[in-house]
Ligand binder design. Sequence first.
Ligand code: UDP
Ligand code: MG
Length: 350
Amino acid sequence: MSFSYTAFDLPHPPESTQRDTPRLSIVVPCYNEETTLPALFGRLEQLNTDLLAAKLIAQPFELILVDDGSADGTWAAIQNAGARFAVTGVKLSRNHGHQKALFAGLMQAKADVVVSMDADLQDDPDAIAPMIEAYMRGAEVVYGVRGCRETDTWFKRRSARAYYATLRRLGVDLIPDHADFRLMSRRALKALSQFGETNLFLRGMVRELGFQSEIVTYSRSARVAGESKYTLRKMLALGMEGITSFSVQPLRMIVMFGFAVAALAFLFSLMAIVAWAGGRVVPGWTSVVLPLSLLGGAHLIALGVIGEYVGKIYEETKRRPRFIIDTVTSKHAGHDTIVAPQPIELVRAG
Ligand code: UDP
Ligand code: MG
């Protein structure tokens, strides 16, 4: 398999000094993934052997599995995971959603670098080696970018493309075709922990961090088992999050729209006055009802958009914890070698 490395948006020239071989944590959020976990464990077992052999990791990695309030046997599977690497299980108190589950896992990480990936092996574990190489060259963040989306449905492909294009027009800086498969250094993670928002849109937040970054392209495979846990509703919520968290353009667009409507209304009034002065007053029903209904619609849209943002302000001012952990377990499978016992220091807990 081949990977292309692209120097991406480098704020500083790449450091020439090679970094030391890092310790690695892999964070995987799991929501009803009982059927996919066995395949994941098998694949990661292989990856651990490969990475050790290639001297890309200093010791067997730590796998952090976050159970996002699953209703099936996911937590039991996490507990029983017997592996040649360390396994940390984080059980959230209920289903908090993918972004919050992932964030909870990231904040538990103890290693020098952390890779986040999905449980269903759609993110190719073989791309982790080039990600670590990029880190060793000096990158603090390495984005996994899907080279092709053939395995996604037609709807998902089209909606994703339209969504990225819209965000770009709204001034939101995202890496196209990058979701949440990425490597972050401990430094980048610490910076991320300073973001105080309750509503999380990690791919946008990580982009805001800056730092030296690279991208690694990979081809996205089909889910190994089970079905997508991202319902249309969850997808729409995430999409909305991306816009309202990172752009106030929609509010400005309302103002522009308002001006345009006001200008038209002004022209219309001039016409009406001219018609009235000329004595050509028509007992017009259409001319009353049409603008009224158009304006009614415009008002509702405008109010709706403002409401979205007001709702967000309401949620953010409550400053509720972003996730609530029920239990954390850890297993070192015979080699108690993960030495840094401190998870990322939280600037804002939860
Ligand atoms: N996931 C989660 N909480 C949720 C929904 C999804 O932790 O509420 C996890 C899921 O178990 C998987 C990852 O998020 O590891 C991505 O979900 P999925 O593969 O279903 O999304 P898709 O690839 O279809 O977009
Ligand atoms: Mg998936």
